[in-house]
Design a protein around this ligand. Structure first.
Ligand code: PLP
Length: 336
C-alpha cells in the first residue's frame, strides 16, 4: 500500500456498513450481485453523504466554524444529511435549496420535512440563481458573520477534495468486503453519480489500496463528458492538496456509463419504478428513485445487453436516498 495520512475526521457514521448477497436477484440477472449497505451509515439514514461529512465537518470544526451553509435541489439528500449532522454537533445550518418558483416553495415533505425538523434555515433560490450560487453563499455567509457566527461553506454534495476522503476510506472497507467473499474473481463495483465526490473518492481509494475490482458509475444527471471533467478535477485537486502518491489516469481510473438519466434528474420512468418495486419484493431492499434506483436500472439493462460486462461478481453500493420515495411516489408506483 502507498503511504499517505488521513486528514482529521469526526466519527459520526456507523461503520463499517454491512455487505450482503442479493441471491434471488442474482439468479434472475445471471450475475452474482452483492450490495454494500451504505444506506445504513446512520444519522437518519443519510447514506453516502455522511462518509464525506465526517471529513468535511472535521475541517469545519478545525476552522472553529459554528455555522454551516450548503446547497442542493429542494429534496437534496446531502442538504438533509448536513442539517441532521449539524444538529448533532450543535452547529447552525443554512441551506440554499433550488426550486422553480422561490416565492412558492414546495411543501415540507420528504427531505424538506427533515431539514425543517432538524432546525435548518432554508433559503429558496431559483435555478438561475443556483447557477450563480457562490454570490448567494457569500451574501448568506456575510449575514451569519454579522450575527457573530463563523460560517463554513460546504459545496454541493460535499464533492470536493476533503469530502472525497469519505470514499477513499470506504475503499478500505470495500477491500475487506471483497476479501470476505472468497477467492478473487473479476469484479465490478457499481454506484450512482450525482455530483462526483463518491466516484472521485473511490477512484483515488482504488489506487491507494490496490482494489482488486473495477469501478463503474452511472450518472443520474448531466452527461459523461461533464462528469469525467468534474471527477477528474476533484481527483487532481485532492492529489495535489494532500500529496497523494497516485499517478491518476482518467482513461484507466474512471468508467462512467451514460444513457440512463431517463426523463431527467429526479424524474422517473415507469420501468425504473417497477425495478425499484422488484428489488423491494425480491430482496427487501428499498432503492431510491433519484440515484440508486436509476443506477441499478442502468446496471440491469447493461447486463441484458452485454452479459458478462461486469465480470463474474458485482458489488453494488447502495448510497441511500430513501426519503426520495416519500414525495407522491405512491401514485406513480401504482404498485404494479
Ligand atoms: C442517495 C444518493 N446516492 C448517490 C449520490 C451521488 O453521489 P455523488 O454526489 O457523490 O456523486 C447522491 C448525491 O448526489 C445521493 O444522494
Amino acid at each position: 500500500m502507498n503511504s499517505f495520512v488521513y486528514p482529521p475526521r469526526i466519527e459520526i457514521a456507523r461503520l463499517p456498513t454491512p455487505c450482503q448477497p442479493l441471491r434471488r436477484l442474482s439468479d434472475r440477472v445471471g450475475t452474482e450481485i452483492h450490495i454494500k449497505r451504505d444506506d445504513l451509515t446512520g444519522i437518519a439514514l443519510s447514506g453516502n453523504k455522511i462518509r464525506k461529512l465526517e471529513f468535511v465537518l472535521a475541517d469545519a470544526l478545525a476552522k472553529k466554524a459554528d455555522a454551516v451553509l450548503t446547497c442542493g435541489g429542494a429534496q437534496s439528500n446531502h442538504a438533509r444529511a448536513t442539517a441532521v449532522a449539524a444538529a448533532m454537533l450543535g452547529l447552525r445550518c443554512r441551506l440554499l435549496l433550488r426550486t422553480p418558483d422561490p416565492g412558492n416553495p414546495p411543501p415540507a415533505e420528504g427531505n424538506i420535512l427533515l431539514d425543517r425538523m432538524a432546525g435548518a434555515e432554508i433559503v429558496w433560490i431559483s435555478p438561475a440563481e443556483y447557477q450563480n450560487r457562490s454570490k448567494i453563499f457569500e451574501r448568506e455567509a456575510a449575514l451569519l458573520k454579522n450575527e457573530g457566527h463563523t460560517p463554513y461553506i460546504i459545496p454541493e454534495g460535499s464533492s470536493n477534495p476533503i469530502g472525497a476522503w469519505g470514499y477513499i476510506r470506504a475503499t478500505e472497507e470495500l477491500k475487506n468486503d471483497l476479501a470476505a467473499l472468497g477467492p478473487e474473481v473479476p469484479t465490478t463495483i457499481v454506484h450512482a453519480t450525482g455530483s462526483g465526490g463518491t466516484a472521485a473518492g473511490l477512484a483515488l481509494g482504488a489506487r491507494l489500496f490496490d482494489l482488486p475490482a473495477r469501478t463503474v458509475t452511472f450518472n443520474v444527471c448531466e452527461d459523461q463528458t461533464h462528469f469525467l471533467k468534474v471527477i477528474e478535477g476533484i481527483c487532481e485537486q485532492a492529489i495535489s492538496e494532500f500529496q497523494l502518491p497516485i499517478d491518476f489516469d482518467r482513461d484507466r481510473d474512471l468508467h462512467i456509463i451514460d444513457g440512463y438519466v431517463g426523463r431527467g434528474y429526479a424524474l422517473s420512468r415507469p420501468e425504473e419504478l417497477r425495478l425499484i418495486c422488484e428489488v423491494a419484493r425480491t430482496e427487501g431492499i428499498f432503492l431510491d428513485p433519484v440515484y440508486t434506483g436509476k443506477a441499478f436500472f442502468g446496471m440491469v439493462q447493461e447486463l441484458k445487453k452485454r452479459p458478462g460486462i461486469f465480470g463474474k461478481r458485482i458489488l453494488y453500493i447502495h448510497t441511500g436516498g430513501i426519503f426520495g420515495l416519500f414525495q407522491n411516489r405512491g401514485q406513480e408506483l401504482k404498485f404494479q
